[in-house]
Design a protein around this ligand. Sequence first.
Ligand SMILES: [Zn+2]
Length: 359
Amino acid sequence: MLHPPRPLLALAAALLALVTVATASPAGALPSERTAGCRGLVALTFDDGPARATTRRLVRVLRRADVPATFFMVGERVAADPATARAVERAGFLTANHSWSHQDMRTQTYRAVRRSLRATDRAMRRAGLHPTNLMRPPYGALARPARRAIRDTGYLPVMWNADSLDWRSGDARQIARRILRELRPGENIVLQHDGVNRSPISVAAVGEVVRVARRRGYCFTALDERGRPGYPTPTLTAVAQDGAEGGAAVVTLTLDKPAGRDTAVTVDAVSGTAGVGADLPAMHARVVVPAGRLRTKVRIPVSADALTEAPEHFTLRLRSPEGVLLGQESVQVGVVDAAGTARADLPGPPFLPVTARRT
Ligand SMILES: [Zn+2]
C-alpha cells in the first residue's frame, strides 16, 4: 500500500510544502496572459497513479470541465499499466515523476534516489510519455542526499499548499470544501490522489472544486517548468516535405514538449519562385496543436501546369505564436514538377526529393 503516510510524516510534509511554495512563489506578475483578471491560480495535481479505472474516470471529469492538471506518477505503476499512463498525456495533461515505488526518500541514499527517478523516467518514456522536469517526493519528504540527487538528475521538486487530505477522510463534499477553504489569492497547488484507496471519492470532489473556485474568480492552470501554476512553453519547429505539382506539400509542426493546453501559430504562404495565387492558393491560417499532441501537419495543395520546370519553392511564414516559442520564423517548401514524380516509381524513397530545408 502506498498510503496513508504516518500522521507525523503528513504533518512534516504539509509544513515543508508551505515553506517550499512560499519561498518559490514571490508575489508578482501572473505567469500567463490568460490569467489576467484571475483572483488566483489553481493548479490541480494528482499523485500515486496511474490506477486504471480511477485515473481514466478522472481524465474524463477534467476534460469535461476543461481543466488542466498534472499527474505525478509512480514508476512501477506506469510499468504495470502503460496504456492508462499514456491516456493521461493523450488527453492533454502533464505528467511528472513520483518515484519508482513510493519509498520515503529520507531513508534512501543519494544513489537509490537517482535510480528510482531514472527508472520511473524510463518507464514513462517507454509508455510513450513525454514527462516534465518536475517530480514530487513521496509524502513530500526530503533529506539532503535526496535533494542533491533530485537536482543532479535534472528534476525540480514540487510540493503543494492546498492539501485535500483525501487519503485520510471525508466524503466528496467534505474533500471539496477542504480544498476550497485552502485557496488563496495568488498561486495554489492542490494535492489530490488518483492512486489510493479513497481516490474514487476524491475524483468525485473535482466537479465541485472547479465550479465553486471558478465562481470565486480563480483560474485553473497546469504547472510551468519552475513548478509554479502556469504552463510550460514548448518550442515549435517546422519541417517541409516538398510537394509535387498536382499534389500537396506537407509542413509538419512539432513541439519539443507537451504544453498542457492547446497551442497555436499563424501560417502564411509567401511567394518564392513558386507563386502564391498561381502555383499554390493564398494561405493564411491559424494552426492549432491540440493539448495532448506534439505534432500537426499542414497540407498545401500545389497546382499542376503543363510546363517542365526546375524545382521551385515558396516560404511558409510562422507568426503570432500562442503558448509556444518559435524555433524558426519560416520554412522553405519545395515544389517539384509533376514529371518528377514519375521518378518515384524507381526503387528508393516514395517521394523525390524529400528534403527538409529550414531557413
Ligand atoms: Zn504519493
